[in-house]
Ligand binder design. Structure first.
Ligand code: S3P
Length: 469
């Protein structure tokens, strides 16, 4: 299809993208200074029924594994966010034909395990740590060489955690000093399976090793210190690759084939999280979130919020495309501070920015520990949330692996999300209960995980708008 026939969008928050092939430099779009600020104000009760977009982790994996499968796979519920579009563009650049029948669907014409072609240019992963780390594992097994780059945030994120085990498997990967992107992955390596114990709980690292393991001789085994999301394992099994896995353990052997199939992406619990906390905090709210992905490795926030006193009911729990989903009904409730159980941390690793807001609005003290990984996410989330909430009048002490938050009254002010999508949406929620307007700066990257956030939020009663220049 010629470029001019593709559908382009300037959809919220205003980054031009091609919805059909994901063409265009993600990094350039994001780094070009397209500054988007939010203004969030006290709102009345939140009401209605909403459905949040598809899961980011599953959407990345769906594009990757469908591309390596033999034949035509149909993906439904796909997240059309900047991160996952970057992954789709990467596979298009390696010769995979991907059709877009609608925004949330993709038809992927898989080329088989050995059918990818060398990309003619550097692959731009945009803001996506998942995209880059999983691709590194997958590309380590190819006959051709490739280079992966990312935006300013991704360029500061540690890649040694994947380079190290992949090198043990025989991959040859060159990084910038300190194990930072861009990464150059040499083709033609003969990979050999390893038995690897992850030093930190990371689904990205586990998945990178398993994807390299598809191409490796012998067996590849991964042990995790705490179980993490198992979407890669489940999807490999669903597409017919022999795999053995249980909580904290996965084992595969190389040299099999992936069968194309239908892949249904559940909605993203991490996107639902902002609405769970918003409706809990705004008095009089009663909100229904339809068909929320409830993989137990993702729903730690639900347990934490319930310990704090939240009123969230799971209705109609069911299985959809091999994943658990439920409708979540949330009514406002007063929260009290807690010591967040360390065992919950891996199951809510992406939800700490919004948990900081819940804790800031709770009665009493909350203590977060064992969450040092937050410092190396899309931003240093401990520092960004602590600085912003202090700006809004909350007392917070940062610790190396968490924070101590004294609940209080939030006032208005200006806070900086520094381009971190989850911090931006969390501060938008804080504004709903602040005594004056909260200006949230640098929110453009909300489009990486939650396109249409402002519209959906407005629909259930958020007083949230884009700041006009
Ligand atoms: C992800 C794993 C987690 C999570 C990230 C998505 C994945 O990262 O924070 O948003 O899709 O595998 P880590 O593996 O670094 O914990």
């Amino acid at each position: 299809m010629p470029a001019h026939q593709h559908r382009h969008t300037r959809g919220e928050p205003g980054i031009p993208r091609c919805l059909d092939c994901g063409a265009g430099s993600v990094s350039n779009a994001i780094d070009s200074g397209a500054l988007v600020n939010y203004l969030s104000s006290a709102s009345g009760p939140l009401h209605g029924e909403i459905r949040v977009p598809g899961d980011k982790s599953v959407s990345h994996r769906a594009i990757m594994l469908a591309s390596l499968a033999e034949g035509r796979s149909q993906i439904s519920g796909f997240l059309e966010g900047e991160d996952t579009l970057a992954t789709a563009a990467a596979f298009a650049a390696m010769g995979v034909r991907i059709e877009t029948p609608s925004a949330s669907e993709r038809i992927v014409h898989g080329v088989g395990l050995h059918g990818l072609r060398a990309p003619s240019h550097t692959i731009d992963c945009g803001n996506a740590g998942t995209g880059m780390r999983l691709l590194t594992g997958l590309l380590a097994g190819q006959k051709f060489s490739s280079t992966l780059s990312g935006d300013a945030s991704l360029s500061k994120r540690p890649m040694r955690r994947v380079i190290e085990p992949l090198s043990q498997m025989g991959a040859c990967i060159t990084s910038e000093t300190g194990g930072l992107p861009p990464l150059q992955i040499d083709g033609g390596a003969n990979l050999i399976g390893i038995d690897y114990r992850l030093p930190v709980a990371s689904a990205q690292v586990k998945s990178a090793i398993l994807l390299a393991g598809l191409y490796a001789q012998g067996e590849t085994i991964v042990h995790e210190p705490h179980p993490t999301r198992d979407y890669t394992e489940r999807m490999l099994a669903a597409l017919g690759w022999p795999i053995e896995f249980s909580a904290g353990y996965a084992r595969i052997t190389g040299g099999h084939r992936l069968r194309a199939g239908a892949i249904r992406v559940p909605t993203d619990f991490s996107s639902a999280a902002f609405f769970l906390v918003a409706a809990t905090l705004v008095p009089g709210s009663d909100l229904l979130l339809r068909e929320v992905g409830m993989n137990p490795r993702r729903t730690g926030l639900l347990a934490a919020l319930r310990l704090m006193g939240a009123d969230i009911v799971e209705e109609n729990p069911r299985e959809l495309g091999g994943e658990s989903v439920a409708d979540l009904r949330v009514r406002s409730a007063p929260l009290h501070g807690i010591d967040v159980p360390i065992a919950l941390v891996p199951d809510m690793i992406d939800e700490f920015p919004i948990l900081f807001v819940a804790a800031a609005a709770a009665k009493g003290r909350s203590v977060i520990r064992g969450a040092a990984e937050l410092r190396i996410k899309e931003s240093d989330r401990i520092a960004v949330m602590a600085k912003g909430l202090r700006e809004l009048g909350i007392t917070i002490e940062e610790t190396p692996d968490g924070a101590i938050i004294e609940g209080g009254i939030l006032r208005g002010g200006a806070v900086d999300a520094i381009g971190d999508h989850r911090c931006a949406m969390s501060f938008a929620v804080a504004g709903l209960i602040a005594s004056d307007v909260v200006q949230v700066r640098d929110c453009a990257n909300v489009a990486t995980s939650f396109p249409g956030f402002v519209n959906l939020a407005n629909r259930c009663g958020f007083v949230l708008q884009l700041e006009s220049a």
